[in-house]
Design a binder for this molecule. Structure first.
Ligand SMILES: [Fe+2]
Length: 214
């Protein structure tokens, strides 16, 4: 698949591979979000297919690979991309316990802290630490674009999975209630897997999600 421009400053690519956790493997399709302009970009995750991602970036400068979290299906092409573009892999340090499952001998290149902002191609992205799906899960809010890049913290239809190790349902619900559903309701949510949604559409179902327990 080739990347598609989906909005001002945002391109989308889907890659396919396997998510591996707790001794199980699942076939998955992952969204890659490329944010920036014609000269520089950041990548929201680097899953599965380094060649497809490299092709989508082209000759632009990669300012950073911003990891929404470090389940293998979001970072398994990250070192190859980092090397190809001389770009740092950045991750919230609380996710190192998960990162180390995939990369015991390769550290991320830097840390993402809660509230940190990144500017690329004139677009500001604010990192918001939203633990629950994993301890260091982070979403990235672009106020000028009215867009949230949610990783696996929020999908179209509810919170990300909290069954695997290092996940916690009560924690993800609190992250959503306090840090995501407080954003403007018309914010477009571009997710780690599957369809796009809106903050308001998901926020209106918070009690339903809380009661069903996933
Ligand atoms: Fe995940």
């Amino acid at each position: 698949m080739t990347a598609q421009k989906v909005g001002e400053g945002v391109e989308h690519l889907t890659t396919s591979g396997q998510f591996q956790i707790d001794g199980n493997s699942f076939d998955v399709d992952n969204n890659v979000w490329i944010v920036g302009d014609s000269s520089e970009v950041v990548l929201l995750d680097a899953p599965h297919d380094a060649e497809a991602i490299k092709k989508a970036v082209g000759d632009r400068n990669v300012v950073a690979i911003l990891c929404t979290h470090s389940h293998n299906d979001h970072v398994n092409a990250a070192p190859a991309i980092a090397q190809a573009f001389d770009a740092p892999i950045l991750l919230n340090p609380d996710d190192r316990v998960v990162w180390n499952l995939t990369y015991p001998d390769r550290e991320p290149d830097g840390e993402i802290t809660d509230g940190e902002t990144f500017t690329v191609g004139g677009i500001e992205l604010r990192a918001i630490h939203t633990p629950g799906h994993s301890p260091g899960s982070t979403v990235f809010y672009a106020p000028d674009l009215g867009t949230l890049f949610s990783g696996d913290t929020l999908f179209n239809g509810g919170p990300g999975a909290t069954g695997p190790s290092y996940s916690d349902f009560n924690v993800i619900i609190e992250s959503l209630a306090q840090k995501v559903f407080t954003l403007p309701g018309d914010t477009i949510v571009r997710t780690g897997h599957g369809d796009t949604t809106k903050v308001g559409d998901e926020a209106s179902r918070l009690e339903e999600y809380r009661e069903r327990g996933y």
